[in-house]
Write a protein of this length. Sequence first.
Length: 149
Amino acid sequence: MSTATMTSAAERQVVAFRLANETYAIDISYIHEIIRMKEITFVPRAPHYMRGVINLRGRIVPVMDLSARLGLPTHEETSQSRIIVVEVGGESIGMIVDAVSEVLRLPEDQIEPPTQMAGTESADYISGLGKVNDQLVLLLDVEKVVGNV
């Protein structure tokens, strides 16, 4: 096995984004695309965190406010706000975030389990804590976040 292959196997590629003044990340394999905010059609009687649906090139995609889903304070949308469209189990769902920052390569040895966060509202949705320089990145378990939506 080459050194390049061993290195890539020992790291995780994620897309980092801001949410309620913290940095979160999603494994890049779940991301279908990242789009600017667009008009969202309200759906009556949807859960409080579901903002509605969008028409994405002829496909109807449900959109959630990720801050509300995680029990975080919600913010007004800005020019930096984005919808991250993820694919889970063959289904697409959009997640509104405050801003998308970058693609990161996190070495597996820089990812800690989320056990230190037990008891917090969003702990069930966190799969790990990545350390990038002096900054912590909360890694989301996308399947749990979009489960039962």
